[in-house]
Ligand binder design. Structure first.
Ligand code: FAD
Ligand code: SF4
Ligand code: SF4
Length: 477
């Protein structure tokens, strides 16, 4: 260990920009065992590991780095797997620069952080290859069942951990495949779909019952599910797209980011997607404008490049330093040919015969800081321009849907943002036995936080269900 003074930081090689823009495969290659060992040996084994403190899962990072450096990969896998239900997924898509790696002491000393995410991915990918990932083994049957609404990372994590405790677990999801945004939001060039599906398959083989294409609110009310199960988890994520209020926004060809990304991901699965085939959700040959500066916008611009767009521009109302999306993703997008138009916002949409033909863009400047310290963008008068466009993708982020109405449960309490109100000690909503986790509680967040919530929630629900079973026994006595 402590090799950081002799061994430089090395990430797995990225495929050349021209190559990777031609397909939806992941852009980074993997470590081979020698590089994983060498890179792990750079860790200085800090007594107070800030990497772990800043990992939402508090992964035992220095310990699995040491085991990897010593060639004890199977033990490294077991340790990494002890705190996470999907380490190889987090290793791929966590914004490490803001979490573990961004807080590595070696980064601060100017040597470049230990490449923690890439090692984490390597360890568990190797475990899958070598057959070390064991089937999910359910504990002895407890005679109680739980219903999980939403098969995203939060719901899948609760489902796995409670199945291990011996509960009967049913997962309900309105999509035809499980995985939530891992499956239909995040594109394959960040996260290849077989990586998600092998996790889902393992859960199904472990006896978790998946009810796909089952929409709560349409196929059952929340109360009906409560009557079927001893406890319920709501992990439905946030799906109400933030609107743009500008004239012409209703023109054909002005589309929602998630419709666009879902169509592209479905195409990748080989599904029939009429809206892709007829061009309405396909960027091929088009001048594309994406509005927004977060992860979703970055995924849209890079998807458009891969679909063969004639040009791809991204409008963002602040500057590069103040955008919410990862700088790593902006760099990837720029390398692949995306043009960023910083400090710009749509003022109106032009159309020809009802179909979008351009965006009238206002130039922005950064004004006084808001209460959070971020400078507020304001229009710079007289500086507008028109940008021609055949496809405009709105990627301004997501809010919570109106769950009390959709679920037919007016007593389900929400915050002023529409997210579910929970007791943070128990993670229970205002309804007895109904818990919640992930984006529907936090607002749009990260996969690793959804996994963390799922892990915490499994513990709280287990305590609740044990108490419920004990009360039943007492009543029966
Ligand atoms: P979700 O993953 O949203 O899953 C919720 C599930 O609930 C869905 O499957 C949905 O179909 C189901 N559902 C909803 N309503 C109902 C209903 N009424 N009945 C039945 N089922 C229902 N995070 C990262 O860490 N790294 C990234 O690179 C990253 N990129 C992203 C890119 C995009 C385009 C988007 C949109 C998000 C990205 N995120 C990223 C954020 C991350 O995907 C989410 O924070 C995470 O998936 C939240 O997990 P969740 O389980 O709470 O919800
Ligand atoms: Fe880093 Fe994310 Fe892995 Fe934690 S889960 S160690 S933050 S990559
Ligand atoms: Fe190793 Fe960096 Fe974590 Fe310290 S902060 S234990 S050097 S990975």
């Amino acid at each position: 260990m402590l090799q950081f003074t002799k061994v430089g930081q090395d990430y797995p090689e990225k495929r050349a920009a021209g190559d990777r823009a031609a397909d939806f495969a992941e852009i980074s290659t993997s470590f081979v065992v020698e590089t994983a060992e060498e890179q792990s040996s750079r860790c200085s084994q800090c007594g107070v590991p800030y990497c772990s403190t800043h990992c939402p899962l508090h992964n035992h990072i220095p310990d699995w780095l040491r085991l990897t450096a010593e060639g004890r990969l199977r033990e490294a896998y077991e340790l990494s797997n002890a705190t996470s239900t999907m380490p190889e997924i987090c290793g791929r898509i966590c914004p490490q620069d803001r979490l573990c790696e961004g807080n590595c002491v070696i980064e601060f000393s100017g040597h470049g952080a230990v490449t923690i995410g890439s090692v984490e991915k390597f360890i568990t990918d190797t475990a899958w290859e070598k057959g070390w990932v064991e089937p999910l083994a359910p504990g002895p049957d407890r005679g109680q069942s739980i219903g999980v609404i939403g098969a995203g990372p939060a719901g899948l994590t609760v489902a796995e951990l409670l199945r291990v405790q011996g509960y009967e677990v049913h997962v309900y999801d309105r999509h035809d495949r499980a995985g939530g945004l891992l499956t239909y939001g995040i594109p394959g060039f960040k996260l290849e779909k077989p990586v998600v599906m092998r996790r889902v398959d393992r859960l199904a083989q472990g006896g978790i019952v998946f009810h796909q294409s089952f929409e709560v609110g349409r196929d059952a009310t929340l109360d009906e599910l409560r009557a079927r199960h001893d406890a319920i988890v709501i992990a439905t994520g946030v799906y109400k797209p933030r609107a743009i209020k500008a004239p012409g926004v209703g023109a054909d060809g002005v589309i929602e980011a998630l419709d666009y990304l879902t169509a592209s991901n479905r195409k990748g699965f080989g599904d029939a997607v009429p809206a892709w085939d007829d061009g309405s959700l396909n960027a091929l040959g088009k001048r594309v404008v994406v509005v927004g500066g977060g992860d979703t916008a970055m995924d849209c611009v890079r998807t458009a490049i891969r679909q063969g767009a004639a040009s791809v521009r991204c409008l963002y109302r602040r500057d590069k330093a103040n955008m919410p999306g990862s700088q790593r993703e902006v760099k990837n997008a720029e390398e692949e040919g995306v043009e960023f138009v910083w400090l710009s916002a749509p003022e109106a949409f032009h159309d020809t015969g009802g179909t979008v033909s351009g965006v009238q863009v206002s130039r922005m400047r950064l004004g006084a800081p808001d209460p959070s310290g971020r400078r507020t963008p304001e229009v710079d008068p007289g500086m507008g321009e028109r940008i021609d466009a055949d496809l405009v993708i709105k990627a301004l982020g997501f809010d919570a849907e109106d769950l009390p109405r959709l679920f037919g449960s007016p007593d389900l309490a929400v915050t002023r943002w529409g997210t579910l109100r929970v007791d943070h000690k128990t993670m229970m909503t205002s309804l007895d036995g109904v818990f919640a986790a992930g984006d529907i509680v936090r607002g749009a967040s990260l996969v690793v936080w959804a996994v963390r919530d799922g892990r915490d929630l499994a513990e709280r629900m287990h305590a609740y269900l044990k108490a419920k079973a004990a009360t039943k026994l007492l009543e029966a006595a």
